[in-house]
Design a protein around this ligand. Structure first.
Ligand code: NAD
Ligand code: IPM
Ligand code: MN
Length: 360
């Protein structure tokens, strides 16, 4: 039985990078034997502007049943509806209960970091993906008047915080066995948000006791932003709330070469659902020019393969991407001169070299 993969190319540079990601996935899986059946979904700004639909319920019900979703980006300057991203991307994260957002930042090649002294950066932001300030609870009162009130609630549940903090310790355990530091850094703002983030503190205190062979530290989010720039090598697994995870993952991506190369996985470890996408958005100013970096989308494809059990395929993609980055066979944002298509071809060439050396 093939894995059914719903493809949502989306907006801006999304379709350009996803097309290259699919090419890479097709080459790798032809060799590893994983059978992927891609079905493309017309969702995004064009459809919304044409029909007024963001994510029809009938389409949502199909997406509930697939083995994986591969998404480009959501966001278009022509769409002014502030609930557009919430109605598509956030709805999928919330209603499919994709409660883990994994955002790894690994230095692909020396010289890609803007930091003077950093040599090894290899961390994962574990972002809570279904709660926090993103849930959409709140409202506006006396809108547009001098007495206006705007409220957006930050929702943190015991169940939600426990499962994400526990997941972070489990991931650190696995990473330690693979030679990483085995350290969990929990990031919150409990000195100011002393109701909501006190819950994170208490859950963290219990979970760290249960994982005494791992290092566990706490940082307030302001200090975490500072430490990420000052000493990124100290971080291994960073667990945090939805909004802080959004912000820190853009920062961490930039430390290893930029948003163009950063992948992410939105997963539910209980029912194995998953949505895989680059961290970046639709970058409208780059759209249609053939200059967007496809590596974030390609590495998101590798995360999808790993999730589906094809670890060999994921490792091959990651090695090929690193080799291309070291040789500067990249788009401009990573210091190369290549177009989107040519940068993906540099990755494909390296995959094919691995295949032919194995065959000979
Ligand atoms: P963005 O991530 O789209 O782009 C920010 C900048 O990062 C770009 O201007 C570009 O310089 C660089 N960049 C990003 N991706 C790149 C790539 N593949 N190759 C080369 N450079 C790249 O963020 P933004 O400009 O704040 O947002 C644009 C739109 O995307 C907004 O509508 C926003 O809401 C949306 N967005 C969507 C997602 C998502 O779908 N997951 C994520 C972030 C932003
Ligand atoms: C991301 C994006 C989204 C988020 C936006 C588009 C709602 O920035 O995936 O990082 O904040 O989660
Ligand atoms: Mn973001």
């Amino acid at each position: 039985m093939p894995f059914r993969i719903a493809v949502i190319p989306g907006d801006g540079i999304g379709p350009e990078v996803i097309a290259q990601g699919i090419r890479v996935l097709q080459v790798v899986t032809a060799a590893t034997g994983t059978d992927l059946d891609f079905v493309s979904y017309d969702l995004g700004a064009d459809r919304y502007l044409r029909t007024g639909e963001i994510l029809p319920d009938s389409v949502f019900r199909e997406l509930e049943r697939v083995d994986g979703i591969y998404l480009g980006a959501v966001g278009d300057p022509r769409v002014q509806n502030p609930q557009y991203a919430a109605g598509l991307l956030l709805r999928l994260r919330f209603e499919l209960d994709l409660w883990v957002n994994l955002r790894p930042s690994r230095l692909l090649a020396p010289g890609l970091t803007p930091l003077r002294d950093a040599t090894s950066i290899d961390l994962v932001v574990v972002r809570e993906n279904t709660e926090g300030a993103y849930v959409g609870i709140g409202g506006q009162f006396k809108r547009g008047t001098p007495d206006e009130i705007a409220i957006q609630e930050d929702v943190n549940t015991r169940k939600g915080v426990e499962r994400i903090v526990r997941y972070a310790f489990g991931l650190a355990q696995q990473r330690k066995m693979a030679g990483h530091q085995g350290r969990v850094t929990m990031v919150d703002k409990s000195n100011a948000l002393y109701h909501a983030h006190d819950l994170w503190q208490r859950v963290f205190a219990l979970e760290r006791q249960a994982a005494s062979d791992l290092e566990a530290e706490h940082l307030f989010v302001d200090a975490a932003a500072m430490q990420l720039v000052k000493d990124p090598g100290r971080f291994d697994v960073v667990v945090t709330s939805n909004m802080f995870g959004d912000i820190l993952s853009d920062l961490a991506s930039e430390l290893v070469g930029g948003l163009g190369q950063a992948p992410s996985a939105n997963i539910n470890p209980d029912n194995r659902r998953g949505l895989f996408e680059p961290v970046h958005g639709s970058a409208p100013k780059h759209a249609g020019k053939g200059i967007a970096n496809p590596v974030g989308a390609i590495l998101a494809g590798a995360m999808m393969l790993r999730h589906l059990g094809d670890v060999a395929g994921a490792l091959q993609i990651e090695a090929a991407v690193m080799s291309a980055a070291r040789d500067r066979r990249t788009t401009r944002d990573l210091g190369g001169t290549l177009t989107t298509t040519a940068a993906a071809e540099a990755v494909l060439e390296r995959l094919e070299r691995v295949e032919s050396s194995r065959a000979s």
